[in-house]
Design a protein around this ligand. Structure first.
Ligand code: 9MR
Length: 737
């Protein structure tokens, strides 16, 4: 579970439900009296929840009205674990009424209560057997086995028996189910676009392929191109190009090497739907607003963090102890991700990207889809109404006049301690705290508020004026405090979002202020910045921490009288040429090739942001190579990849749907929904920081460092800055014919 586990990542190797295998000579039972044949000892239970022995099983009546899973538990301490040894954790359990979830863990019995292994099965009244295998990364005599039962509004009954933690068992090897070896964009190709696929095969010479229509008739054929070993996956692959086929249709398949791809369409409707769905994601991330059933059937929930118990609310939030002596109303905004935190730096890039999508739309005359939000129909484009929800929050994070650091922005606001999963926003009982101001957050506020001033002017001049004033104040405050950095250590209860390089943020904020006001003082900052002429297009073009490209792209695309603008525009095209070359060399058509094949946290958004550079180069040049590159980049996200899955929920035959989230936690509580259609998963992350991914994916190669499980917060979260990238690109592709 995310962050409830503390900073130390402590688990490695494999985890699988396994039938009990043949006993090995050195298998050693670690649990004492796991069958409860000798009474209750040495098992313990939370105060007020005594264990009773019923038909030889240990049973408890779990009280209702607790918040986190670990609020009430049954367990046994003083368990020995040895680093590198593999354990089989098994038990039988039942729960009544049906469907209650037990969080079964092996972890540390003392602070900081690290979790070494966890599983959260939904229990049946009849009872079931459960067995899991994991390898311990620690040696300790202070482990525990525990069954965490809290978090239910109602009281329920739990029984457990035959608890075993057997050491010395063989490790399990995790094999993802990757389906047919012909990998395609499972959603669809544009009739006028490139149509490429990847075949995983042992063959080293060209093979025939056939394109089949939904009736199974061959409509095109050709031969594959052997590509050798793909670095990003370690696979031997061929590529297939069927771009010549242009007839719209549904249910097509590609056949090669005896394998038939998952079905796909040829048409452009998919991107129209994705343009809206990827933006609709933001409404359901809103803090401080009830999510209405009529607007989002299946996703209704009460407003979170509006000072209604058990929330302590965001209406009157103190600073962390010692940080400030005032309190702020910081209601509203979007929850960052699967947590309930709100972070100005990540809110900033997300806001910029949605506003940039809107601003591009004004240049290319793109329609603004209806997003079915409460403000729909108010004559303001829905994308601007949605983004304003976040902008109002960002403005509230600015220190008011009369206080120390007036004009600076607090870096973030979140819970004082990590909460568990699942947890609906309105049920979060934690104290909310403002964290210190930072230069990066202040410049994010300056940039986005300046951008807002130019884009909302024609809809709400008063708001535009207020935004511009806040932006100017923030920029001046950042100049006076240019080195206040959020530390990496401030990661309890929320993400650190640490950033100690702010040249890029100064550049971006100056760019937005200049584009909005045309004032020389901001142009001077831009022209004097080394960032202005630097080659900023590395393995990833931009992200929440690296914002130079946000400034550069807008300086290239938003009309202004900036001296040397032609060179700014040329720099975008040069960046795009780089990503084009990377994509061309990539057998899966990915415009991303990180150094040492170390895929970033949230790599799917990195890929999308590289595609934003390609798309911007297309806008600047109308060179079709750039447009085609964006379309081919989408193929990776929608299924043409080593795992043969779409990373966008509800798009493609097999798609991510168990993203890490406290309220889309269907995998942990069947009564909760999966994420809404159009939610992007973070994607392959070579560093696999979470224990669950470590238990399954240790040693993974590039593209394989991903798992669609709610526990895997480092590969499978959903986040506003990832969906903003998807939304930007979906709007671009929806506009292509
Ligand atoms: O996306 C962020 C990634 O770039 C950072 O390396 C990581 C560690 O700081 O944090 C990621 O962001 C998470 C944030 O800290 C908390 N909310 C969820 C975000 C996505 O996982």
């Amino acid at each position: 579970m995310k962050r409830a586990i503390g900073a130390a990542a402590v688990l490695a190797a494999a985890f699988l439900v396994v039938p009990s295998g043949p006993a090995l000579a050195d298998e050693v039972e670690q649990v004492v009296n796991g069958g409860f044949t000798a009474g209750v000892d040495p098992w313990w239970s939370s105060p007020g929840m005594p264990i009773t022995l019923t038909d030889g099983r240990a049973c408890v009546t779990v009280p209702g009205g607790t918040t986190d899973k670990w609020d009430v538990s049954v367990g046994q301490n003083d368990i020995d674990l040895v680093a590198g040894e593999t354990y089989r954790f098994s038990f039988t359990a039942s729960g009544a009424p049906e469907g209650h979830v037990v969080r079964a863990i092996t972890g540390l019995s003392v602070a900081p209560y690290d979790t070494y292994f966890e599983a959260s099965p939904a229990l049946t009244v009849a009872g079931d057997s459960y067995a899991y295998t994991f390898t311990s990364a620690v040696t300790t005599a202070q482990a525990q086995v525990a069954f965490q039962l809290g978090g239910s509004a109602e009281s329920w009954g739990f029984c457990v028996d035959d608890v075993s933690l057997l050491g010395g068992v063989p490790p399990e090897v995790y094999e993802p189910d990757t389906g047919p070896r012909v990998r395609v964009n499972q959603v669809g190709y544009l009739p006028s676009g490139p149509k490429r696929a990847t075949l995983v095969t042992a063959a080293t010479t060209a093979l025939p392929w056939q394109l089949k229509n939904s009736a199974g008739a061959t409509v095109a054929r050709g031969r594959t191109t052997p590509r050798g070993t793909d670095v990003s996956s370690g696979q031997n692959v061929h590529s297939i190009d069927f771009s010549g086929y242009r007839r719209a249709g549904t249910g097509l398949t590609l056949v090669a090497d005896g394998e038939t791809s998952r079905p796909f369409d040829l048409g452009k409707q998919a991107y129209d739907r994705l343009r809206a769905d990827s933006l609709k994601f933001f409404y359901t991330q809103r803090s401080g607003a009830e999510i209405r059933a009529d607007l989002r059937p299946g996703y209704a929930r009460p407003a979170g963090h509006v000072d209604v118990a058990p929330n302590l609310g965001d209406g009157d939030v103190p600073c962390q102890p010692g940080v400030c002596d005032y309190r702020l109303d910081v209601t509203g905004g979007w929850y960052d991700a699967g947590d309930h935190g709100k972070y100005v730096v990540n809110g900033g890039i997300s806001t910029w990207q949605l506003l940039s999508e809107y601003e591009r739309g004004t240049r290319v005359h793109a329609p603004n889809p209806s997003l079915a939000i409460p403000e729909s129909g108010d004559r303001v484009p829905d994308i601007l109404d949605e983004t304003r929800w976040e902008l109002e929050f960002l403005l509230k994070m600015q220190v008011p006049a009369g206080h120390p650091y007036a004009g600076m922005a607090h870096h973030k606001i979140h819970d004082a301690a990590w909460t568990g999963l699942p947890l609906l926003p309105h049920l979060d009982p934690q104290q909310r705290e403002l964290h210190p101001v930072s230069t990066a957050a202040t410049l994010n506020l300056a940039a986005t508020a300046a951008q807002a001033a130019r884009l909302y002017r024609r809809f709400d001049p008063a708001f535009a004026k207020r935004s511009l004033a806040a932006a100017r104040t923030a920029f001046t405050a950042a100049q006076a405090n240019p080195a206040l950095f959020a530390p990496v250590t401030d990661g309890t209860g929320g993400g650190a979002y640490n950033d100690s390089v702010v040249d890029d943020d100064f550049y971006w904020a100056a760019a937005e202020l200049y584009l909005t006001t045309g004032e020389k003082r901001y142009a001077d900052v831009i022209l004097a910045s080394p960032v202005h002429t630097a080659d900023i297009f590395g393995a990833g073009a931009f992200d929440w921490a690296n914002t130079a490209a946000a400034g550069r792209l807008d300086l290239a695309l938003v009309p202004s009288k900036l001296p040397g603008r032609a060179e700014v525009r040329a720099s975008i095209v040069r960046g795009a040429e780089k990503y084009l070359a990377i994509q061309k060399a990539h057998p899966y058509g990915v415009p991303y090739a990180p150094a040492n094949n170390m895929w970033d946290w949230g790599s799917n958004s990195t890929i999308l942001n590289n595609m934003v550079v390609l798309a911007s180069a297309y806008d600047l040049t109308h060179d079709r190579r750039f447009r085609d590159a964006v379309l081919e980049g989408m193929d990776y996200l929608l299924g043409r990849n080593a795992l043969n899955m779409s990373y966008v929920t509800g798009y493609g035959e097999v798609s991510s749907h168990n993203q890490h989230s406290r309220w889309y936690a269907h995998q942990l509580d069947p009564a909760l929904p999966n994420p809404p259609a159009g939610s992007l998963a973070g994607g392959a992350n070579s560093s696999i920081q979470d224990p669950y991914a470590q238990s399954k994916l240790t040693g993974c190669v590039g593209q394989f460092c991903y798992i669609d499980d709610i526990q895997s917060w480092s590969t499978n979260e959903l986040t506003i800055n990832w969906n903003s990238a998807l939304a930007w690109i979906a709007a671009f592709t929806a506009g292509l014919h």
